[in-house]
Design a protein around this ligand. Structure first.
Ligand SMILES: [Zn+2]
Length: 344
């Protein structure tokens, strides 16, 4: 089963297969939890299964069973797939259960060695996440990429290609999984959420909140992240509609960044409602932005971005959030956009 938001990237891969243009090295990118591993599995099944992903045969089942994220009893350099001609390389988990930050050169060597065995069948090596390779590991991989062997496919998974050396990038064909906001993805999510009896959530909003990462919606729903989020959102909308309510605002201490993110999403959605004549969305937000100058929304958004950037420094984030909330609470009747003072 292809996930709805994988259809386009998968079509690109399928075209490479059909035209016999599949490269020796392939790079699959996309933000965390976009399902890079699942797309890779789909590709491998398509390549190997006689019926192109029947999901029933020994081969398809072997590949589905792989879970290289699972901790192993022994620390190992590479992990073997349930399918004998496939190996995985990822950061190692040591005997104490601590995951290392980097993929090291000895791991890459073991990985390439396993792939160098002569075989009649296609040899597949999957490296994740390639952006975790240290420099010597990347250089070691480069040698293998420069001298591709017949019947070998190396698949690199990475969150961000910018973190990979240009030399590696130039040796790979890349396929990107973009964030998903389409109706088909929404329907897929709605079904999953419905099964878990979370019927009171708005799927469009959930996707906005996770920046278009459907699996993240599911993982956050399994915790209480969204319940807080909805609560903050309601409070933020309340103070924009009734500025005096700012005095009754709860203490956001400890959650300043999350509240800023929540406000950021509201302002982005507000801008979209106004400038694109986008319909739908939250009724309260529609009411708030109706009389607001779009220019003020853009300025506020820029201040929020700036504040989020500063939140990584030792700025007084509580005070900064308070200053932004004062502007937001007056947004419907501002005459002039004030300068937000950044506390140090
Ligand atoms: Zn099959």
């Amino acid at each position: 089963m292809i996930l709805p938001w994988h259809k386009k990237p998968f079509a690109k891969l399928k075209q490479m297969i059909d035209q016999n243009h599949l490269p020796h090295a392939l790079l699959i990118t996309g933000s965390e939890q976009m399902g890079k591993f699942e797309l890779m599995q789909q590709l491998v099944k398509t390549l190997l299964c006689e019926e192109e992903t029947c999901d029933q045969c020994v081969l398809c089942r072997a590949i589905s069973k792989d879970n290289p994220k699972q901790a192993l009893d022994d620390s190992v350099l590479i992990r073997r797939s349930h399918y004998p001609n496939m190996v995985y390389c990822r950061t190692e988990v040591n005997d104490k259960g601590v995951e290392s930050k980097n993929i090291r050169i000895d791991q890459i060597r073991a990985f390439c060695e396993a792939l160098n065995k002569t075989a009649d069948n296609l040899q597949i090596g999957v490296l994740f996440y390639a952006d975790q390779m240290n420099i010597s590991a990347a250089n070691s991989l480069l040698k293998t990429l420069e001298e591709p062997r017949e019947n070998t496919l190396i698949i690199l998974l990475a969150h961000d290609p910018k973190n990979l050396p240009a030399t590696i990038l130039s040796r790979c064909q890349s396929v990107h999984i973009p964030p998903a906001y389409d109706q088909e993805t929404e329907a897929w999510l709605a079904q999953r959420i419905g099964e878990a009896q979370h019927t009171d959530f708005d799927v469009t909003q959930l996707l906005e909140h996770t920046h278009g990462v459907p699996f993240k919606v599911l993982s956050e729903l399994s915790g209480d992240g969204f319940i807080h989020y909805q609560h903050w959102q309601n409070q933020l909308l309340d103070i924009a509609a009734h500025p005096l309510m700012i005095n009754q605002l709860e203490d956001f201490e400890g959650n300043e960044v999350a509240v800023l993110n929540c406000l950021q999403n509201l302002v982005i959605e507000g801008i979209r409602l106004k400038t694109l004549n986008h319909e739908g969305g939250l009724i309260e937000l529609n009411k708030v932005v109706k009389g607001v100058d779009s220019d003020f929304l853009f300025k506020l958004l820029s201040d929020i971005y700036h504040a989020l950037g500063l939140s990584k420094t030792n700025v007084n984030i509580k005070l900064l959030l308070d200053n932004i909330l004062i502007v937001w609470s007056h947004i419907t009747h501002l005459k002039r956009y004030p300068q937000i003072i950044n506390p140090i």
